[in-house]
Design a protein around this ligand. Structure first.
Ligand SMILES: *Cc1c(COP(=O)(O)O)cnc(C)c1O
Length: 360
């Protein structure tokens, strides 16, 4: 394992080493079955146990009640931008637009019905989140959709927007399982797996069962949540190997002490980097204008100028810190430090950044 580098990629992102090792052990024969999980029928008893255990474990982690369905879907978070309105929109819906991903969600929702932009900070290049009092919510909206963590802009909701009795729908692709949640606040949460859950190819969706009644029989079968719920995510061949790996990640989190523990680690880990940036006498600057909105998952910052950003990224790359280039719409640097990213990697990055500051 000595050849592993610090991978700050925004997604697909670094996986827990323990999980990769376990998958390696299972590579040729999964628990005496004589085959790899990816070679196994999704209708087999062994696989049924894998997917059921994964579901049970994520239910345990997030304390998900029986009134919620847990679905493993395909098509990335991106297909949810369409499936959410196709299944759940009845005329109109509210969208809070806090970055590129919410904008994409709006684009698809507009094909289905009337979209009310309930709040946005687009004019400030999404450098903060709209405050509760800035939201213009419609109490008759089918739902309110928002993005809990803005992967590109480095902002994150630390408490859910308050939306009254309207179902709250959250794209949590880049921060799900980073802390405990009160699931009862949500109508639905969905997340592409490749940031905090496992490999790409699978989406975890948690949905209040009464919302399933909204899915019309006229929908294309595969786009219908009710079909996936009734089939226990086995309507057709699911992304079997991705679900297996997600299951290993869930077990890993439970063994670690659950999401309370994960949250503590994440807060301490992000603080190392933010504290350093804030104490660098203005050499490094966080790009998020409201510090309360800073993300624990994607830390966005700049060095004194774009040339030094480039130089830093190149030198960091040589030293084994990969994936630090900020998204082109923000520029600067971005350190994605999801659940699986080791604290030691952040400590070493800070040390490197300090040396870079002295030399430049
Ligand atoms: C990465 C990301 C997406 C897109 O996910 P895909 O699985 O590539 O479709 C959507 N929303 C957020 C918040 C993301 O971080």
């Amino acid at each position: 394992m000595d050849n592993r580098i610090y991978n700050f990629s925004a997604g697909p992102a670094t996986m827990p080493v323990e999980v990769l090792k376990e998958a390696q052990e299972d590579m040729l024969s999964y628990k005496g079955s004589g085959m790899n999980v990816m070679e196994m029928s999704h209708r087999s008893k062994t696989y049924d146990n894998i997917i059921k255990t994964a579901e049970q474990d994520v239910r345990k982690l997030l304390n998900i009640g029986d009134d919620y369905a847990v679905l493993f879907l395909q098509g990335g978070a991106t297909l949810q931008f369409s499936m959410v309105p196709l299944n759940l929109m009845q005329g109109k819906a509210d969208y809070i637009v806090t970055g590129s991903w919410s904008k994409k969600a709006v684009k698809e929702a507009k094909r289905v019905g009337e979209v009310n932009i309930a709040g946005t900070t687009a004019e400030e290049n999404f450098s903060r989140l709209p405050k509760q009092e800035e939201l213009k919510l419609d109490s008759e909206a089918s739902y309110v959709h928002y993005t809990s963590n803005n992967t590109i802009f480095g902002t994150q909701y630390h408490t859910e927007p308050e939306v009254g009795n309207v179902p709250l729908i959250c794209d949590a692709s880049s921060d799900i399982l980073h802390k405990p949640l009160n699931i009862t606040k949500y109508g639905m949460i969905y997340a592409g797996a490749q940031k905090n859950l496992g490999p790409s190819g699978c989406v975890l969706a948690i949905m209040k069962k009464d919302l399933l009644e909204r899915s019309s029989d006229d929908l294309h079968t595969y786009l219908n949540y009710k079909i996936h719920a009734d089939g226990d995510s086995l309507y057709n061949t699911p992304p079997t190997y991705a679900i297996y790996l997600m299951g290993l990640v869930f077990k890993h989190l439970l063994n670690l002490g659950g999401l309370e523990k994960m949250y503590e680690i994440n807060k301490a880990k992000a603080a190392i980097l933010y504290d350093y940036v804030d104490s660098s006498d203005g050499y490094y600057k966080g790009t998020v204008t409201n510090k309360d909105d800073r993300s624990l998952m994607n830390v966005t910052f700049t060095s004194p100028n774009a040339d030094l950003d480039k130089k830093l990224i190149a030198e960091a790359g040589e030293k084994g810190f990969s994936g630090l280039k900020g998204h082109r719409s923000v520029g600067g640097l971005r350190a994605s430090i999801y659940n699986a990213f080791p604290t030691k990697g952040v400590e070493d990055l800070v040390q490197f950044m300090d040396e870079f500051k002295k030399n430049n």
